[in-house]
Design a protein around this ligand. Structure first.
Ligand code: UD1
Length: 368
């Protein structure tokens, strides 16, 4: 294979956390290869997505597809179709995708169908829940990938067993690179505009957005009720879908639960850093709490970031058990602020290692 005609390497993404990781990856990849960046537009809200470009000084994508929201099949099909057209026209020599979203799946499938080698970043994670959409996505993309970049030794070992035919690289987690580069820029305590509590008051920080929870009004009401029964005020940064689900179900917010719009990346780091405990169902927030030393409770029956649990930084509570269990768990966690080992996902050099692994792939494929 050759890059004759200046064939680029493609980097494809579409959701808010992927935009953040893509910013670091793109900067590193661009040093070595011509790069084509494609944003599917799975996330499109200004609050959720767009101001990240300014805050993290992210270059605009070369192609923005504007896929938007919709039923899973519709969204995945739109990503597949539109990405397929771009890849067919631009013929990159490899296509890099990140994580486990519908954008990851649609872009990887489009590339594989065109016989474009797929590079999967954040490969090898498993939540061991076969019907979780993200679990389906990550398993399929791990099966399609030619180069699998694992964020932890455990994920790399799993891939070596599952995909002996693929190239597996233990690279660490790009989210760690992003955090280490930006941690010092996070606002000081009390410096977040519109913060709903007194600046020095202790609080629990929460984000909940998973479909399994937001689609079940009864369960969502129970979890929000459990947040309202905690001894501390709760600052709840709500994904647009969560806010819509709360409004639609007419869930009354307890007085101690303060709903705020999604935070910028730097504000989110500050909110996690300064919280007594974090209560979330987000994979990104779980890791950020782990790196920043804040105890985390994950409102899911499982997590693919199992190292954070093994190291004592995180624990899971199934949404159905939150009403009974959350208050006691938060109290116990408040006393357990972290001195755990923070190196489970590397030391902030994942983008460089991913570039090295891609360079080895390029040599094997005889890409100039
Ligand atoms: C997606 C990922 C999830 C990831 C999350 C990160 C899938 C299947 N899920 O979830 O793994 O943790 O991104 O944030 O890909 N919406 C808006 N504005 C937006 C985007 C979405 O209002 O900019 C609302 C819409 O009501 C939409 C719903 O959120 O229907 C779901 O959005 P979608 O992109 O399908 O999945 P996420 O829940 O954001």
């Amino acid at each position: 294979m050759s890059t004759g005609g200046g064939r680029p390497l493609a980097l494809l993404y579409g959701t808010r956390p992927q935009v953040i990781k893509a910013s670091v990856l793109a900067a590193a990849l661009r040093h070595r290869w011509p790069l084509l960046t494609v944003d599917t537009g799975q996330h499109y809200d200004y609050d959720l997505h767009a101001h990240l470009y300014e805050q993290l000084d992210i270059a605009r994508p070369d192609v923005l597809l504007g896929v938007g929201s919709g039923p899973l099949a519709h969204q995945t099909a739109a990503i597949l179709e539109r990405t397929g057209e771009v890849l067919e026209a631009r013929r990159p020599w490899a296509a890099m995708v990140i994580g486990d979203t519908n954008s990851t799946l649609g872009c990887a499938l489009a590339a594989a169908q065109l016989r474009i080698p797929v590079v999967h970043v954040e490969a090898g994670l498993r939540a061991h829940d076969t019907w979780l959409v993200e679990e389906i996505n990550r398993r399929v993309v791990d099966a399609l990938g030619m180069l699998l970049c694992a964020p932890s030794p455990q994920a790399a070992a799993r891939l070596a067993r599952e995909r002996p035919d693929a190239r597996v690289a233990m690279t660490g987690d790009v989210a760690c690179d992003v955090l280490m580069r930006n941690e010092a820029r996070a606002p000081a305590r009390g410096g977040i505009a519109g913060w709903p509590c007194p600046p020095s008051a202790p609080y629990v920080f929460s984000t909940l957005h998973r479909a399994q929870l937001t689609a079940d009004a009864l369960l969502l009401g129970q979890v929000i009720g459990a947040l309202g029964a905690l001894a501390l005020p709760v600052v709840f940064a709500a994904h647009p879908r969560t806010r819509a689900a709360i409004d639609k179900a007419g869930i009354a917010l307890p007085p101690s639960v303060h709903l705020i719009p999604p935070l910028g990346y730097l504000e989110s780091l500050a909110a996690i850093r300064d919280a007594g405990v974090v209560v979330t169902d987000s994979g990104g927030v779980q890791r950020e709490a782990y790196w920043l030393g804040t105890p985390c409770i994950t409102v899911r029956s499982e997590t693919e970031w199992s190292e954070t649990v093994a190291l004592g930084a995180n624990e899971t509570v199934a949404p159905a058990h939150a009403a009974a269990d959350l208050a006691a768990r938060v109290t116990a966690r408040l006393a357990a602020r972290g001195t755990w080992d923070r190196g489970a996902y590397g030391e902030g050099a994942a983008a460089t290692r991913i570039c090295d692994a891609v360079a080895a792939l390029a040599r094997e494929l005889a890409v100039a």
